[in-house]
Design a protein around this ligand. Sequence first.
Ligand code: 13P
Ligand code: SF4
Length: 359
Amino acid sequence: MTSDISVPEIPAARPVTHVPPVVEEVLAPGEQDVLTERIKALLVERDAVLVAHYYTSGALQKLAEETGGCVSDSLEMARFGHAAKAKTLVVAGVRFMGETAKILNPEKRVLMPDPRAECSLDLSCPADAFSAFCDAHPDRVVVVYANTSAAVKARADWMVTSSIAVQVVAHLHALGKKLIWAPDRYLGDYVQKITGADMLLWQGSCVVHEKFKAEGIRALKAQYADAAVLVHPESPASVIALADVVGSTTQLIRAAAELPQQTLIVATDNGIFHKMHLVTPGKTLLEAPTGGAGATCVSCAHCPWMAMNGLRGLLHVLESGDNEIHVDPGIGRRAVVAINRMLQFAGQTGVTVAGMSGD
Ligand code: 13P
Ligand code: SF4
């Protein structure tokens, strides 16, 4: 007997062929203090505010907080930049974060310390291929992760971040909607399992999170039986299956502070340890392994593109105005609809994910 049920095509993600090495900024003795003082003065002079992600260096995160800026996950970075009064937003993170800030604030100048700061998820999902995929499934609501280009967001009905993806998809599922999800297949799979929604998943992945290994975490758990496991949902399902807490960077930091366990195994970019240590005095924080014995890793739990953000680059853009982020106004006007849906939903449902103070 033949079946007339057509199986939807699973889209191939664009392979990310070049992942740069992780190069941390190395400063000469005393240079950090000199750069920091100059940057602080320029932030005031230029009416600028620094919005940083938790994966950037401790020096950048500290500077953002000391100058009235923000350190947070993608959702709160977007909300903070939108609410900020400053005329210039300096976004220390990767390009989609700068673009999101520009889309939400077309009248503001948005600068980034390094224009090469990409994201493998964004790179895996070119707008033309994604648009063709959406065209082939016109009956589906298009939900994209924040880690996408402005043009992909412009093709979407909703944009979500990891802190609110489950709630948004559950809401759409309850309305009887079938979805397209892009680009992270692991986050999509996680959200699909929790909500039961009908989702076609783009097959992108994060080069950092996909390297975490369940086997390595099990070995650590054997050594530290009382440890809790905290996992970012861009990780593979086998790793998520071992988690006590799954969440965005802000949600993981909050959980680290609140959990009773004194030892925590953390599967996300190790830039998160700067803030996590500040909010968990006395606790032992362990990096989840990215490979078994003798294995190599591409990123070794640190995003090579996030590492491109440094104090020298920050000073340079404040002095020169270089590395300004531009988004085509037509694309921006369409993309903002998808972003605003999420922000309004977050406001209505009370999803609070503000960054955590280190004090
Ligand atoms: P968060 O929104 O959880 O900070 O994640 C952003 C990201 O790029 C994680 O790799
Ligand atoms: Fe993208 Fe992964 Fe880097 Fe986050 S850690 S910015 S998802 S490549």
